[in-house]
Design a protein around this ligand. Structure first.
Ligand SMILES: [Zn+2]
Length: 235
């Protein structure tokens, strides 16, 4: 909780703020707030993926749409590989690879997330935030997904956690519907507040046990979010 106080703005900052106001008045201000991370584009959305996603949403959530209306939850993952290139390319195919037998019964659409963060902290945008992804059984109808390159929680870098915190703060600042944050390993834990969002209509299709991104990453992420960005989301 922040307390209201009179903030003294140093002179150089005053000049920046004045310039920002002039640019805004002239309609020249950047659309993305200056506090948000730089985001590069690696679009994976296609008409086929939209259709396969709509089929998935209908079967699992009773929603006849590929769109994500008002995301309430952000789910954080690691990709399971230390290769940055593979961490992006694995999401390119529209259809699920045959090797993903454990979730193949859930539908044809490939796994997909909204953001991938490389080991150096570079943020990539894959799916638009108003499109449903496939990354967390029971929550895709309400969740944005962020993946970080890494074969384990220990391999996730400080740069990735810093970028992830900045990205989440940016999203939460732009979207009032975002209230919850969880790590993939936390998604089926009893007592978590986000559990109220869980929905799964398909019999015999249950969440699998996950270990990503792990306690260390989520603790560091939540600390940074709170202390650096002043953002606290419910788990
Ligand atoms: Zn995951």
């Amino acid at each position: 909780m922040r307390t209201l106080s009179v903030v003294t703005v140093p002179r150089p900052a005053r000049a920046v703020i004045a310039l920002a106001w002039i640019l805004a008045a002239a309609g020249l201000a950047a659309e993305r707030p200056a506090t948000g991370p730089d985001v590069r584009a690696f679009p994976i959305q296609t008409e086929t993926r939209k259709e396969l996603t709509r089929e998935y949403a209908k079967a699992h959530y009773g929603i006849d749409d590929w769109r994500l209306a008002d995301p309430a939850l952000i789910v954080v993952h690691y990709t399971g590989t230390d290769s940055d290139d593979h961490s992006l390319s694995v999401f390119t195919p529209e259809r699920l690879a045959a090797s993903r037998g454990e979730i193949a019964a859930g539908g044809d659409v490939n796994v997909g997330v909204h953001y991938v963060i490389w080991r150096d902290g570079t943020v990539w945008s894959l799916l638009p935030e108003d499109a449903m992804g496939r990354h967390a059984i029971g929550y895709n109808h309400v969740a944005l997904g962020i993946e970080m390159t890494g074969s384990s929680g220990e391999r996730v870098t400080d740069a990735q956690i810093a970028s992830c915190a900045a990205l989440i703060a940016d999203i939460a600042g732009r979207r009032a519907s975002i209230r919850y944050l969880c790590g993939h390993h936390e998604y089926v834990q009893e007592g978590r507040a986000h559990r109220r969002l869980y929905r799964e209509l398909a019999p015999d299709y249950a969440p699998t046990v996950k270990h990503d991104p792990g306690e260390r990453v989520m603790a560091a992420l939540r600390k940074l979010l709170k202390e650096t960005h002043g953002v606290t989301l419910v788990d």
